[in-house]
Design a protein around this ligand. Structure first.
Ligand code: SF4
Length: 387
């Protein structure tokens, strides 16, 4: 029996599909052969026909960021014996919901043989036993990836692998949709997965934990484990750290263990707005000190800020924008909460202003360099659409 792992074409930048690697590891540990296909690098779903000679095929769809269209479904239905389909979280990936319902309706006897839900992984840890069907309990198979095809790491110009060291978060921010029970992975498993990736020539990692500094002891221990095991890696976090849970000591240990870029989930610089959304424990001067200390230790800092939060208004949002310049981070991301022309136009203005500051020119160069595949893809699609 051969399992086919398929990643549908996505419209964002194409990063290494780490879930597919864990899934492949899971299948192999159950003595199942598998083949990985990333449709981002092939013409369309028709390339699946090449795999038709496999007599007993499980077709698996994972990591979709767009819905499989009906014609894709028809090709699959008419040509493959669909024994099982694995879905990502229905609530998280709203775009895939329609295709999920379409597949379930067309294939009523569908079976789910294993789970790619991070939540199941967390629950298996909390219950204190290994989950038989959760893919993350198994060593990932990084060898299915042709790393050279994927986008490089922001700021590092090197291919990275995404990984988790924990999931969930113990905070209770009122606007957050990602609230989950917190648990951290065992250090041995993290070291194993990193060593396996190093075996494939990858030394750069992006830790995609919901909140990597949720438990500062865990983060300290993680950094020390990297050093104790002589793991010569570079790593970054693109999910905002909680600014109240970071101090000078932690920044130094993170740097020593290979951290070169952190993002801080500051969200806003108005105390009233932060109180309203349930984020306390940090002030503007603390943020400024963290940024200064990061720069001293050559750790790049990006701030995440959100306009239009509850209790905010255009004046408070404008103040947040000005303070975000004054504290002098390396990068800023300005998001919007709810859509109004005021917040949207302030967001566009902020980006234009921030990125035209002289010191940001280098950021633009790095981004264009790292994301040139993505830019090329968007440009080609645009040209195809207009021709
Ligand atoms: S700290 Fe981050 S992940 Fe945790 S509840 Fe707040 S926004 Fe959500």
């Amino acid at each position: 029996m051969t399992c086919l792992i398929v990643r549908p074409a996505i419209k964002a930048e194409v990063t290494v599909p780490f879930i597919s690697c864990y899934l492949d590891g899971f299948l192999r540990s159950h003595n199942l052969k598998s083949r990985f296909l990333d449709l981002n690098f092939d013409q369309d779903v028709r390339v699946l026909m090449e795999s038709k000679d496999a007599s007993d095929l499980i077709f698996i769809v994972i990591e979709p960021a767009r819905a499989l269209c009906n014609s894709d479904l028809e090709i699959l239905e008419n040509n493959f014996k669909l024994l099982s389909v694995i879905f990502p979280g229905k609530t998280k990936y709203l775009l895939s919901l329609r295709s999920t319902i379409a597949i379930e309706t067309k294939i009523p006897d569908i079976k789910v043989v294993c789970s790619i839900f991070f939540k199941d992984w967390g629950l298996s840890f909390i219950k204190g036993h290994e989950s038989e069907y959760c893919i993350y309990d198994h060593a990932p198979n990084w060898s299915i990836i042709e790393f050279g095809r994927y986008n490089k790491t922001l700021f590092a110009s090197a291919i990275h692998v995404s990984m988790l060291t924990s999931i969930g978060c113990s905070f209770d921010c009122s606007y957050c949709l990602e609230k989950k029970e917190y648990f951290s992975r065992c250090m041995d498993d993290i070291v194993r997965d990193i060593r396996l990736a190093q075996g494939q020539g990858v030394d750069n990692f992006v830790f995609e934990d919901d909140l990597i500094n949720n438990d500062t002891k865990h983060l300290m221990q993680l950094c020390k484990t990297f050093m104790d095991n002589s793991l010569l890696i570079s790593w970054q976090c693109l999910n905002g750290l909680y600014p109240g849970n970071i101090d000078k000591k932690l920044i130094e240990v993170m740097k020593q263990s290979g951290c070169f870029h952190i993002t801080l989930g500051v969200e806003h610089f108005d105390r009233g707005v932060l109180d309203e959304i349930g984020r306390g424990g940090y002030t503007t001067s603390h943020i400024r000190d963290v940024i200064i200390h990061c720069k001293r230790n050559r750790v790049i800092v990006t701030l995440y800020l959100i306009y239009g939060l509850p209790q905010s208004n255009i004046i408070k949002d404008l103040k947040t924008f000005i303070v975000s310049l004054l504290v002098n981070p390396d990068m800023c991301h300005y998001g919007v909460y709810g859509v109004s022309w005021k917040t949207r136009s302030l967001q566009i203005f902020s980006y234009l202003f921030f990125y035209t500051l002289p010191h940001n020119f280098i950021n633009i160069v790095i981004m264009v360099k790292n994301y040139r595949n993505f830019i090329k893809k968007v440009f080609c699609k645009f040209m195809r659409d207009i021709i």
